[in-house]
Design a protein around this ligand. Structure first.
Ligand code: ADP
Ligand code: MG
Length: 700
């Protein structure tokens, strides 16, 4: 039997969260913030520690500051005036002590702590004014209740609105929901299992969530390793399926004469760099060979990746194909569109822009043009690849600065027309391990050279106490006609905090520079307003653009020569480098000032100094990696490269190699995943939520 859709025995694991006892609608909303949307997700949330509780009969100094479980009898309610905590006086077998509650409702306390009632409670034992107390006991149970308070409870990294208790209990419940059908099956090759001493999927999950010793917390415990393998292997199976699909296909190619692109290059006011020429050559070779292209174009900010993309697209349009260029933001899409349209004005290629914000009527018309093929190059945001967008003959997709472009997006594209050439562009130097994990195998072109006319950007690192002199210099420069970006950090916790920071800064700028035109730009503004502001900045009508990191990618304003980044310590180095790359694009001498908060540590300052002393993004990323160690090396969390839930790429890179090796061998041996072996692998894909890749296997 072949699994083509989720088998019934998995329905509960993938069902509604609210079916779990204790999980209500509100909790569900909170849970989605930590990527939990179905019961099985609980199992894929790895523990971070352990809470141990001691069973004790009496409170005494020996147990001070321990988490204890103790039987008590309720003796007295002490409700005081407003702002004082409520106290429930209880006794153990020997002495009196207090349960203390802040902001608890009186009715709730009365209902839960009837006088003379026997209870079992748990919490941390403390002492206040020489009286023992437990503040807000975690568990409060009638002594006859059968559900014991766990003496060991695994801890998880949680979000507000979700308690450890609820989470732990849910995990335990979901563990019990793993059906027999799953437990009877093993998808990992037997020699991997035996040589590593691995246990089954269910047993490994059980052990990871109920660790028996500190060793079980180690990322290198056999239980964790097995699960890491499941995660990475299933992902690699998807990639291997995609790779097979691509390798097996061959495109009918016409020779590329390159006439259109030559016209474009001739019109440029500058020479292409050697690196650009080389990368263009590499793309051209790909586009001349039968298998579809899958290439990553890496190059520091300002290295001129866009031109490589433009030239590549003309290779395609010359032979009557359509191209799509997807940018991460509307603003950038518009700029690409403007630039390209200007460059190819008299070349006879028609371009169009398609973003999410386009009015329905215009959109209809665009879609029609795309469908009939009257436009050849379509530039836009992710709206480009929505279902209703049908291309007449899409041949090449260029993805600009989109780290989120992973296997899922690749599948979506493959569905648009199955032999699409793909060029992914990025300024983030992605280490080999991450490339492998995100894209499988892809070819890489690197622009390792900047245009010659680039000037060094003078970078300064200053404390926020020096803001005043900075403001004075800024005012002078702007009065000379220079333009500046001023970036405020986004503080995630509080809602709208970015606006608060921006507005506060706006006021001081206005006060200090009353004659200058300062405008605010942030992500939540209506698209049109953003565009208007960018346009006026580009035209020189705005002196200071006060912005969030929305300006991080793309927009090119040659006259902007000053970059000021406030709260610089809050950004990743790679991101700072990217922001800095927004200036130094014209003839003016450019500067970048990193302003750090007063309390910044020495190490924090040293980190920022890396930026002052380096202008090479790849080098900066490496330094950042060294300083930060593992964890989230290059700020990839921000950049969106997927994090595996059960694997840690920093420490499981061996497992990643095995997973890749095994996945390739598997797909080579059993490309349509049939027989018992195929069934087992399919089940794994379903369990890991990666079944979408099965659509790549032709139904047979
Ligand atoms: P990025 O690689 O960061 O995407 P862009 O493609 O936006 O960089 O290029 C940045 C700027 O450099 C653009 O204004 C572009 O016109 C210009 N540029 C590109 N190639 C060259 C070159 N060979 N010589 C001079 N300027 C160039
Ligand atoms: Mg770019």
């Amino acid at each position: 039997m072949k699994l083509v859709s989720r088998p019934e025995y998995l329905f509960a694991l993938f069902g509604n969260l609210t079916k779990l006892e204790g999980v209500g609608r509100r909790t569900t909303t909170h849970l989605t913030k930590i990527r939990i949307s179905k019961p099985i997700d609980f199992l894929y949330s790895m523990p971070i520690g352990m809470k141990r509780r001691k069973l004790v009969k009496v409170v005494n100094d020996e147990n001070l500051n321990d988490n204890i479980i103790i039987k008590v009898i309720v003796r007295k309610h002490i409700f005081k005036r407003f702002r004082f905590p409520s106290v429930i006086e209880v006794t153990d077998t020997v002495s009196k002590f207090n349960l203390v509650f802040f902001n608890a409702k009186r009715e709730w306390l009365v209902a839960n702590f009837p006088i003379n009632k026997d209870l079992v409670i748990s919490g941390k034992l403390e002492r206040f004014n020489n009286v023992f107390q437990i503040i807000h006991p975690e568990y409060i149970q009638g002594s006859n209740q059968t559900m014991a308070i766990p003496t060991e409870e695994t801890l998880y990294s949680l979000t507000r609105g979700v308690s450890q208790k609820l989470f732990f209990r849910s995990v335990q419940k979901v563990l019990k929901m793993i059906p027999k059908e799953v437990n009877d099956i093993e998808w990992i090759k037997s020699n991997r299992i035996s040589s590593n001493g691995w246990k089954g999927y269910k047993e490994s999950l059980e052990r990871v969530h109920n660790p028996q010793s500190d060793d079980d917390f180690s990322l290198n415990s056999p239980f964790r390793l097995r699960l890491a393998y499941d995660d990475l292997f299933s992902h690699q199976v998807c990639l291997a399926l995609a790779r097979k699909k691509v390798r097996d296909s061959s495109k009918n190619r016409k020779p590329i004469l390159g006439q259109l692109s030559q016209k474009l290059v001739k019109k440029l006011p500058f020479e292409l760099t050697k690196a650009q020429v080389r990368c263009i050559g590499e793309v051209k070779t790909d586009l001349s060979n039968p298998p579809p292209m899958f290439r990553l174009l890496q190059g520091d900010v300002g290295s001129g990746k866009t031109l490589v993309a433009f030239v590549s697209m003309l290779f395609i349009t010359e032979n009557e194909g359509q191209c799509a260029l997807m940018a991460p933001t509307d603003l950038l899409a518009q700029q690409h569109h403007r630039n390209l349209t200007k460059l190819i004005k008299d070349i006879g290629v028609k371009t169009a822009i398609l973003t999410g914000k386009i009015k329905p009527k215009v959109r209809e018309q665009r879609l029609e043009e795309i469908r009939t093929g009257s436009v050849q190059i379509i530039i836009g945001t992710h709206a480009l690849f929505q279902k209703d967008v049908q291309f007449k003959n899409l041949q090449l997709a260029v993805i600009d600065e989109q780290h989120r472009f992973g296997v899922k997006q690749r599948f979506d594209l493959i569905k648009k027309g199955d032999l699409i050439d793909i060029l992914v562009m990025t300024a983030t130097p992605i280490p080999r391990t991450l490339q492998l994990s995100n894209y499988g195998d892809l070819d890489v072109s690197i622009i390792d050279q900047k245009p010659l006319n680039r000037k060094k950007i003078n970078t300064a690192v200053i404390s926020e106490s020096k803001t005043e002199p900075l403001l004075k210099r800024l005012r002078l420069a702007c009065e000379r006609g220079e333009q500046a970006y001023w970036v405020c950090p986004l503080i995630e916790e509080a809602e709208n905090s970015e606006l608060v920071a921006l507005e506060k800064r706006f006021k001081t700028l206005r006060k200090f520079c009353p004659n200058l035109n300062v405008k605010i730009l942030h992500g939540k503004m209506p698209e049109e307003e953003k565009n208007d502001i960018m346009q006026s900045f580009l035209n020189g009508m705005i002196d200071i653009l006060l912005a969030t990191t929305v300006i991080e990618v793309g927009i090119d304003v040659p006259n902007a020569s000053i970059m000021i980044i406030e709260g610089a310590e809050r950004f990743g180095l790679a991101q700072l480098h990217q922001l800095r790359g927004r200036v130094g694009r014209g003839d003016l001498h450019s500067s970048c000032t990193l302003v750090y908060s007063n309390h910044l540590s020495k190490a924090g300052k040293e980190r920022l100094e890396i930026l002052r002393n380096n202008s090479d993004g790849f080098h900066i990323a490496e330094e950042d990696l060294k300083m930060r160690g593992g964890g989230d090396p290059l700020g990839f969390q921000q950049s969106g490269i997927p994090k595996f839930r059960l694997a840690d790429l920093g420490c499981h890179s061996d497992i990643l190699s095995w997973a890749q090796e095994d996945a390739r061998a598997l797909i080579h041996r059993n490309p349509s995943l049939k027989d018992a072996e195929g069934y087992n692998i399919r089940l794994l894909l379903f369990l890991m939520g990666r079944e979408e890749s099965l659509s790549l296997i032709r139904s047979s």
